[in-house]
Design a protein around this ligand. Structure first.
Ligand SMILES: Cc1ncc(COP(=O)(O)O)c(C=O)c1O
Length: 637
């Protein structure tokens, strides 16, 4: 993407550059003074709160960066939107069934998230989906009385018993049978406890969907019953006199489905299963279409795997109208539609903030006015190219400079030139490359040999965070999240940078960014100032990241605050959690911090005996060791 010049740069130019108007969908904007704000609509009007004020409030409470911020208002508004948009589509289509949303707990299991969905979702009857025993337990503790409880995943005896008891307590807890082997155990436990189960069958839909999770659908998907297994399970239930328990048909096509036509085809297929089972007197009432409602991380409503070619109203209409149309010839009641939207519910709620610790620039250091005498001829030639760099042919000039640089490195390896001459040669190459790179700015088309030049000369900004802990999907599945500075946006971002994290791992980096002009390997950023933190925000990252994060290099959980923005423009801190201490992280790896400390102290005592350190030093070292054990894992400025 060509970057416009810095003259008269305004916050509006930054808004266009970083695409915040698109992926922000009105939740995020940039103020005239160049700060990213979170915008919440209230009956009396919109309230805008600069994110930097929230970070300052967290800092005042001793929660330094990196910081994960959750904004409850955004979670509530998504739950509302999903429910109200389905209700509207249902009314408009004169569909006679209703809608029941459930939140799949695995997408973000954090206590405050599940608590808020249960509390706020109660008015809509918004339920929860559990995929394991631990998730079932937390659902049972948190779920409101009105929501459904959908149990997917593998279920052992303990899981089944608890789910059965849940029904006795008044929940509507469905066991979704994913594999034929589950049924005998469910029947046995239900007879033993004398509690009728509520059952669903997960079907394998043959229509495949695009995006990153295409393997979730189709014949080879790991979950769900083949058509033959479906029929066999229905027959088995009929034989056991338990057909009346079978009320739900389930399918999950995959996450982040970009194409609405594929959703339509799959819903059509699911509806056909529903109709034919209903015709066989299976008393179905619910059609659960799983997850898949995509988040437009890029904000361009496209078929890109990080976007979608539809919006929420389009998604709801597609589902409601397709079911209605597919069932029309069969004269059966319209089912309650269930969707298990995870990322679309929670992604917008969370933002990760981290500060930049330093920057590496790919620029020449001071160069002599003329080439030192007795320089190697290749070095002298680089000097000449440097002087002519403003005029030389871009392609041949660059290729020659690059070849010279590599040959000089070969000469260094063989001992033919010394390290100081190599240093001069590399500086010359960087100087030439930077001059040529500037000359690319006005060009519409970049000559092929220089296609990677901008990226190779981009700065590296070192961020105080761990990709593996806070944004694991960027590493694991090349997930792109919107990333941008949250201040100084009325200033021209004159630098370009990729971001490296704190881990000692070359994969610990961010080098795919969403900009208005499309995807870019580098992010436009401002030069760092000594006296001011430069803070980047990673947006729409509330789904899956917290749970999947790991302890690479022993960087633990970051500080977290949950806030609720109020009508008066202030905000309340609802919940705050300090990040993991080093001691906590070590405990997770089965170290025992007390004996760990004792082992270190023994070493210190030996050093005192051997007179390596004196008693004052002993005290200092022990105090520091102990303070760091109880301190956090990230970089402390
Ligand atoms: C059964 C089931 N339901 C719902 C979801 C959530 O999907 P999404 O986050 O796309 O809404 C998943 C995740 O893949 C899932 O496996």
């Amino acid at each position: 993407m060509r970057v416009q010049s810095g003259n008269n740069w305004s916050a509006a130019d930054s808004a266009a550059l970083y695409g915040i108007e698109h992926w922000g969908e009105g939740d995020f904007a940039i103020s005239k003074s160049g700060e990213v704000t979170i915008d919440i609509p209230f009956p009396a009007g919109k309230i805008s709160v600069p994110l930097i004020d929230i970070i300052q409030a967290a800092r005042d409470r001793d929660h330094e960066l990196p910081l994960l911020l959750r904004i409850e208002n955004l979670l509530d508004s998504r739950v509302t939107e999903i429910n109200e948009t389905f209700q509207k589509a249902i009314q408009e289509a004169k569909y006679t069934g209703t809608y029941s949303g459930v939140f799949p707990v695995k997408v973000n299991q954090q206590c405050t998230v599940i608590g808020e969905i249960s509390r706020f979702g109660a008015d809509f009857g918004h339920g929860l989906e559990a995929g394991s025993k631990a998730e079932l337990l937390l659902c049972l503790a948190s779920l409101n009385d009105s929501g459904l409880l959908i149990c997917n995943g593998n279920k052992d005896r303990e899981f089944i018993d608890l789910g059965l008891w849940a029904n006795k307590l008044g929940h509507r807890c469905f066991f979704v049978i994913e594999s034929p082997i589950e049924l005998p155990l469910i029947i046995e436990r239900s007879q033993k406890l004398g509690i009728q189960p509520l059952l669903g069958l997960r079907i394998k839909i043959s229509s495949k969907v695009g995006g990153l999770w295409t393997e979730t659908s189709g014949d080879r998907s790991s979950f769900g019953l083949s058509t033959a297994q479906l029929i066999a399970t229905v027959d088995e239930l009929r034989k056991a006199g338990m057909l009346d328990c079978l009320q739900l048909l389930h399918c999950h096509l995959g996450s982040q489905i970009p194409d609405i036509r594929e959703i339509e085809t799959a819903v059509q297929e699911a509806s056909r299963f529903y109709a034919d089972l209903a015709a066989e007197k299976v008393p179905l009432k619910y059609l659960d279409l799983g997850g898949g409602l995509a988040v437009d991380y890029i904000g361009n409503q496209s078929l890109h795997s990080h976007s979608r070619n539809y919006d929420l109203p389009g998604y709801c209409r597609c589902i409601v109208e397709t079911i209605k149309k597919s069932l029309a010839p069969h004269n059966i009641d319209h089912p309650v539609i269930i969707t298990e939207s995870g990322r679309a519910t929670i992604a917008r709620t969370s933002i990760l903030f981290f500060n930049i610790l330093n920057a590496m620039r790919y620029e020449a250091m001071a160069l002599p006015d003329s080439c030192p005498e007795k320089s190697h001829p290749l070095v002298a030639r680089q000097f000449q190219l440097y002087h002519e760099a403003a005029e030389i042919d871009l392609s041949t000039g660059y290729t020659e400079a690059l070849t010279n640089r590599d040959q000089i490195r070969d000469l260094f390896r063989s001992g033919a030139i010394r390290v100081r001459e190599r240093a001069l040669a590399e500086n010359l190459f960087l100087a030439i490359a930077n001059i040529l790179s500037k000359r690319l700015d006005p060009l519409e088309e970049i000559p092929a040999p220089l296609s990677g030049l901008k990226y190779n000369l981009a700065d590296i900004y070192y961020g105080n965070f761990s990709v593996f802990q806070s944004l694991p999907d960027t590493w694991a599945i090349d997930q792109i999240f919107p990333v941008m500075p949250i201040q100084r946006l009325d200033e021209y971002p004159e630098r370009r940078a990729s971001i490296s994290d704190l881990t000692c791992d070359c994969d610990g980096k961010l080098d795919r960014f969403i900009l208005a002009g499309g995807e870019s390997q580098t992010l436009p950023v401002h030069p760092l100032k000594v006296e001011e933190d430069y803070i980047l925000g990673v947006f729409l990252m509330g789904a899956y990241q917290e749970t999947l994060g790991d302890l690479h290099n022993l960087f633990g959980d970051t500080n977290v605050i949950n806030i609720r923005i109020n009508e008066d423009g202030g905000f309340d801190v609802i919940e705050e959690q300090s990040g993991d201490t080093i001691s906590e992280v070590l405990t997770m790896l089965e170290y025992e911090p007390t004996s760990f400390y004792k082992d270190f102290r023994d070493k210190i005592e030996r050093a005192v005996k051997q007179k390596r350190i004196n008693l004052t030093e002993r005290q200092q070292i022990l105090a520091q060791f102990s303070a760091q054990l109880n301190g956090q894992t990230y970089f402390k400025s």
